[in-house]
Design a protein around this ligand. Structure first.
Ligand code: DGL
Length: 285
C-alpha cells in the first residue's frame, strides 16, 4: 500500500529548510510542500497565542489546500507554542523537532553538561527543560535564548562581525556552564554553525534536530513502535521523481535568492502564499 500525498512542513522562514534537507536526503522519493512564513518572521519574540494561531493556520492550509499526509513542525517556537493542540486538531500525523533534537543531544554528550539555545519563545516555554527531563538522562542542562540570531539568518548574514559579536554575548551562559554538547534548538541556527563553532571552540559538539527528525518521519512510515501513538501513513509509490514545492509568505524574490544560497537551486521555483488578514481566516495561495 502506498500514499502519494506530499509531506507538509513549515517554519517562520528559511530555518526549516535545514530539516527539509535531512528529510529529502533520507526519503528521496517523498513529495514535499514547504511553507516559509517569511512574511511574519521572527516568531520568537511574538506572544505565544499569536504563534499558536499561525501554526494552526499553516497546518490547516497544508492539510486542506495541499492534502498533505503528514505535517512536520520544522520550527521549535511554533512547536513549543502549539504542538499538542496541533496534534489534537489534525487527522494526519504531526511531528516536531524538539524530542528528536533532545535525543541527539543526550546521546552525544560525554560529560553530561549540555546546552540548548533557541528563541525567546522556545526557551521561555520550558519545552526543552521538560523534554530533557522526560528522557531521564543524567544531564545538567543550561538553556540560553538568542534573540536576534533568526533575523541575521533571514537577512543572509550568517558569518558577519556583527553576528559574531552577538554570539559571544549570547553564548556566554553555555560557555560558563562548560557544556560539551550544544543543541541548536532553533532550525535557523545550523546556518550560523561556523560562527557558533568559532565562538564556542572546537571542543563543544554542535547538534541539530534535522537528522533525528528525518529518522522520526521514517519511523512513522515504517510503523515503528516509537510512532505507535500517531496515525499510520505510508510512503509514496514509485513512478516519477519526487516533487518539492517551496512557498513563502514574504518577499518571494528574496526567498528564491537566499534560499538558493542556503539550500540549493530548487528554491528558484519558490512560490508565494498570501494569508487572509486574521490568523483564524482561511489562507489563499
Ligand atoms: N526556526 C524557528 C525556530 O526553530 C525560528 C523562529 C523565529 O522565527 O523566531 O524556532
Amino acid at each position: 500500500m502506498s500514499d502519494d500525498r506530499p509531506i507538509g512542513m513549515f517554519d517562520s522562514g528559511f530555518g526549516g529548510l535545514t530539516v527539509a534537507r535531512a528529510v529529502i536526503d533520507l526519503l528521496p522519493d517523498e513529495d514535499l510542500v514547504y511553507v516559509g512564513d517569511s512574511g511574519r518572521y521572527p516568531y520568537g519574540p511574538r506572544p505565544r497565542a499569536e504563534v499558536r494561531g499561525f501554526a494552526h493556520q499553516i497546518t490547516r492550509f497544508l492539510v486542506d489546500e495541499h492534502d498533505v499526509k503528514m505535517v512536520i513542525v520544522a520550527c521549535n517556537t511554533a512547536e513549543a507554542a502549539a504542538f499538542h493542540e496541533l496534534r489534537a486538531a489534525t487527522d494526519v500525523p504531526v511531528l516536531g523537532v524538539i524530542d528528536p533534537g533532545v535525543r541527539a543531544l543526550v546521546s552525544a554528550t560525554t560529560s553530561g553538561r549540555v546546552g540548548v539555545i533557541g528563541t525567546v519563545g522556545t526557551i521561555s516555554s520550558g519545552a526543552y527543560q521538560r523534554a530533557v527531563e522526560a528522557t531521564g538522562a543524567a544531564v545538567k542542562l543550561t538553556c540560553a535564548a538568542c534573540p536576534g540570531f533568526v533575523e541575521f539568518v533571514e537577512r543572509g548574514e550568517t558569518d558577519t562581525d556583527q553576528v559574531h559579536v552577538l554570539a559571544e554575548r549570547l553564548l556566554a551562559p553555555v560557555i560558563d556552564a562548560g557544556v560539551d554538547t550544544l543543541l541548536l534548538g532553533c532550525t535557523h541556527y545550523p546556518y550560523l554553525a561556523r560562527t557558533l563553532a568559532d565562538v564556542l571552540g572546537r571542543e563543544v559538539v554542535l547538534v541539530s534536530s534535522a537528522d533525528e527528525t528525518a529518522f522520526a518521519v521514517r519511523a512513522v512510515f515504517d510503523g515503528h513502535p516509537s510512532a505507535a501513538e500517531l496515525p499510520a501513513v505510508a510512503r509514496r509509490g514509485a513512478g516519477r521523481p519526487a516533487r518539492h514545492r517551496f512557498l513563502s509568505s514574504g518577499d518571494v524574490a528574496w526567498f528564491r535568492e537566499l534560499g538558493g544560497r542556503l539550500f540549493g537551486p530548487e528554491l528558484a521555483d519558490a512560490e508565494g502564499v498570501t494569508w487572509a488578514p486574521s490568523p483564524s481566516g482561511s489562507p489563499a495561495a
